[in-house]
Each structure stands twice: as structure tokens, then as C-alpha cells.
Write a protein that binds this ligand. Structure first.
Ligand code: TYD
Ligand code: MG
Length: 456
């Protein structure tokens, strides 16, 4: 007799009984009943034929094969996907037969960037056949977007095929019949099979859709991009199991106000996960920003109070970012501390250190901190730049040092951060001499004294 089990549609937790609230992820009303097919009883060898046992190989005799990669047409995208490096001819981009999950908030630009990539690969120069399967939009909508991106004339020579369907079985058959060079499935939550109960986006459906896509990619050695939406909580909507089933999980995030979009890899079987790609959303889709150094800074050379440049590492790349601070007397009993791009707790901590150890009385002040360009900084290497820009705004005096790199400890001490010399060289390359760091003084209060000559 077929058994039933219950599966949480949010995190994939399985249980023999139904729960109103998932014991794993604490979401309410997420349990769905799933029928488990009977498995036939097997002996010691199960379905294995004892005369056909596989022989494990010595690692030394395993041959190294350099994965062949296809460029996405965006260096910023290729960098995130990774490089195959052990031959002289290293190539970056999409690995044949790999499944790449592209996740992100609705409206962030997932469909746009994949359509741009598809149009580039299928144009008159590259001549690849790309199959774009959409469960969200009609062929007409995709055409309108494509016309907006490259213009009507370009589309005349394109090898891009569009299929609008929500039936995964149909989609999979079309993939097999077409055998394109690349498939895009937009999105995993909108396709479903009629062979299973449950609506599109439920755990069994997502599992089914992904399994079909994975088996297509691996059998035919054709890469597939799978789009997945993200819930407000920031996890891939639907189960975590989706990320386990794919080779690479990319996340497109950004600031709606500035148009900056950052592409990160959270999991990558074929590359490093620390690299990021930087784009900006414009009228004709996303444009990659390769001159990143200047991008996160204001285009002014004058020294102004409250501004300092930090050098943060994004993957192997040092990035110059400008921090701006505004400090004004507060009329509130709890002064405001507002930060964009820097964690609120970090700001609170820095203000406490500034108050106690740099002896700058900020406790009755409203403090606003902003990172130019919409980048979010998680590195403590920006502490010193944040602290001195706050102090500079407090005294309303520009900083003699326009760049600062260093972590600040709870005792007000300055700490050397990893890759300090590399960061300093990068700042110097852009004309920031005399960079403030833990080399300039042991404590925050020393550097403040040197800058403004305040006695403590
Ligand atoms: P979209 O790719 O549909 O997002 P997702 O697939 O992640 O849900 O992006 C939609 C947004 O992008 C929409 O708000 C309009 C904007 N956009 C531009 O600004 N310029 C463009 O050229 C295109 C195609 C979209
Ligand atoms: Mg979309």
C-alpha cells in the first residue's frame, strides 16, 4: 500500500505526521501531503548485478579534463561563474552541462540579464541556438523586451527560440527535440507537471521540475539557467533542496534607487564563490561596470567634511567606496542612527567607541551614514573610514587623509586588516596618498589627535 508523508513547502522538512507549524523553519501552514510509492524489497545486492561491480580508480589515474566554457558575453558575469584554469588557455563562463540557479527579488532584473545573455549568444556573430522557456511571460512580452534591448533589426538574425508554457513535461520534450546550445527556464516556480498533485511552486513540483532539467542537462551536456524567486526573508522561495540539486547558485541583488545590481555566487561547483559582478540597470537592460573603482565614489575632487574613502575586498578585487556621514544635533530623546550600506549594529558600536575612546561627544547627535553607489559593506575594514567620516562631520572639517583602511576594536584600537598593502596600493593608484590605517597610529584617538589636534 502506498504510504503518505508530509513535506514543508518552505524548507523541505519531511515528517510522518502533519504539523501546523514547521519544526524546522517555523513557518505556519506549509505542510503538504505527498504519496510515497512502494519500494520493492531487495536482497543484499539490491538491483546490482554482483558480476558487474564497478572498480574504484586510484586518484593518480583519474584524468584531468578542462571543462569547456562558453562566455556569457559579460566579463562581470563570467568572473562570477568562474574560470577553468589548469591549461594555458583558460576560459571563463558557463560550463557545459551545468545547471545554474539565478535567484533574486522579483523585478531585480533576472529575466532581463538572461535575455540579454541569450540575445548575445544567439546573434549573427556567435550563432548559438538558445531556447528560452518562459512560464511567466508570453512570447509577445519577451519580444517587446528584446526589441527594447537590442532593437528590431538585430532580432532578424537571431537564433533565439522562445517557448511560453507552464507544462514542464512539454518543456522538457521540446528541449530534447531542439537540443540547443543553452536553455533558460524562467522560472522554476511557474512550471509544473500534471502527473503530481499540488500547485506550481510546491515542494514536489519544484523537485520534479528541477530533476527533469538536471537530467536533461547532464544527459545532453547542455547548460541550463534556472530562474528562482526569492521570498522577502531572502531565501530561495520553496525548498532549500533546490540549491542542493543545482551546480551553481547565483544571487542578483541591488538597490532599487541607484540601479546598481550585484551578482554573487553562493554555491559554485565550478568556481570561486567570493567573486562579484557589478552591473547597473539602464534603459536598455543591464550594463556591466568594469571601471568599478570610480563607480562607488562621488565625482568631486574637493575635500568636504564627512567624506572618506574605504577600500573593501570583493573577492580578489579591491574596491574603492566612498562613505559619507552627516552628524547633526538631535532634538529627540533617542538620537537617530541611520545607515545605508553599513550594518546598523556596526554603526552603533563605532559610535560607542568614538564617544568613549576618541572622546568625541556624539551621544546627543543624529548620525546618518551612507555608502555611495548602493554597495552593502560587511567587512570591518571600512570601520576606520566610517569612524573618521563621522568625526569629520562632527567637527565640520574635511579630513586631511581622504582614504582610510582598518578595523576598530572595542578598546578603540586599530587593527591591521587582510590584504592591507594591496588595498593601500589600490588607493594610491587612484591618487589617494597618505592612506590612514593601523600603521598611522595604535588607537583611534591617536589618529584623531593627529588630524585635528584635539586634546583628550
Ligand atoms: P525583470 O528582468 O523582469 O526582473 P525579474 O525577472 O528579476 O523579476 O526586470 C524588470 C525591471 O527591470 C522592471 O522594473 C523594468 C526594469 N528594466 C529596465 O529598467 N530597463 C530595461 O531595459 C528592462 C528590460 C527592464
Ligand atoms: Mg522575470
Amino acid at each position: 500500500m502506498a504510504k503518505t508523508k508530509y513535506v514543508c513547502s518552505s524548507c523541505g522538512y519531511e515528517s510522518g505526521k502533519w504539523y501546523g507549524r514547521c519544526p524546522e523553519c517555523s513557518n505556519w501552514n506549509t505542510f503538504e501531503e505527498v504519496t510515497v510509492p512502494d519500494t520493492p524489497k531487495k536482497g543484499r545486492f539490491g538491483s546490482v548485478n554482483p558480476s558487474q561491480l564497478l572498480t574504484p580508480q586510484k586518484i593518480s589515474s583519474v584524468k584531468l579534463i578542462s571543462e569547456s566554457r562558453v562566455s556569457t558575453g559579460f566579463e562581470e558575469f563570467d568572473r562570477v561563474l568562474g574560470t577553468s584554469g589548469f591549461s594555458e588557455k583558460s576560459s571563463a563562463g558557463i560550463v557545459a552541462g551545468s545547471i545554474i540557479l539565478l535567484s533574486g527579488d522579483p523585478g531585480i532584473g533576472k529575466s532581463t540579464i538572461l535575455l540579454q545573455l541569450a540575445l548575445g549568444l544567439s546573434d549573427a556573430v556567435h550563432k548559438k541556438t538558445v531556447l528560452y522557456i518562459t512560464g511567466e511571460e508570453s512570447e509577445h512580452q519577451i519580444k517587446m523586451r528584446a526589441t527594447r534591448i537590442v532593437g528590431d533589426e538585430e532580432l532578424g538574425n537571431s537564433n533565439l527560440l522562445i517557448l511560453s508554457t507552464t507544462d514542464i513535461d512539454m518543456a522538457a520534450e521540446v528541449m530534447i527535440a531542439t537540443k540547443p546550445d543553452l536553455v533558460i527556464v524562467d522560472s522554476v516556480q511557474t512550471l509544473a507537471t500534471s502527473q503530481l498533485p499540488g500547485f506550481a511552486g510546491s515542494v514536489p513540483q519544484i523537485r520534479y521540475v528541477t530533476t527533469r532539467v538536471v537530467s536533461f542537462a547532464k544527459t545532453n551536456n547542455i547548460p541550463v539557467f534556472l530562474v528562482g524567486h526569492v521570498t522577502k526573508e531572502g531565501i530561495v522561495a520553496g525548498p532549500m533542496l533546490l540549491s542542493h540539486m543545482v551546480d551553481t547558485v547565483l544571487y542578483l541583488e541591488g538597490d532599487q534607487l541607484t540601479g546598481t545590481r550585484i551578482l554573487r555566487a553562493y554555491k559554485n561547483r565550478f568556481g570561486d564563490t567570493s567573486e562579484v559582478g557589478i552591473f547597473v540597470m539602464e534603459e536598455k537592460g543591464l550594463t556591466q561596470i568594469q571601471d568599478v573603482e570610480g563607480f562607488f565614489m562621488n565625482k568631486q575632487d574637493e575635500k568636504v567634511p564627512g567624506s572618506c574613502v574605504a577600500v573593501v575586498m570583493e573577492g580578489s578585487r579591491p574596491l574603492l567606496v566612498e562613505l559619507q556621514a552627516l552628524v547633526v544635533p538631535s532634538t529627540l530623546s533617542f538620537p537617530r542612527r541611520v545607515s545605508t550600506g553599513l550594518a546598523d549594529r556596526r554603526l552603533e558600536l563605532l559610535l560607542a567607541v568614538i564617544q568613549k575612546y576618541a572622546k568625541v561627544p556624539v551621544e546627543r547627535m543624529d548620525v546618518f551614514v551612507n555608502i555611495v553607489g548602493g554597495l552593502k559593506i560587511s567587512e570591518t575594514a571600512a570601520d576606520l573610514a566610517a569612524a573618521v567620516s563621522i568625526i569629520s562631520s562632527f567637527y565640520n572639517k574635511p579630513l586631511p587623509h581622504r582614504a582610510a583602511i582598518g578595523e576598530i576594536g572595542l578598546l578603540g584600537e586599530l587593527k591591521i586588516v587582510p590584504n592591507l598593502d594591496k588595498r593601500i596600493r589600490e588607493a594610491e593608484k587612484f591618487g589617494f596618498q597618505n592612506v590612514l590605517s593601523a600603521k598611522s597610529g595604535k588607537f583611534l584617538y591617536n589618529v584623531v589627535q593627529n588630524m585635528y589636534g584635539k586634546k583628550s
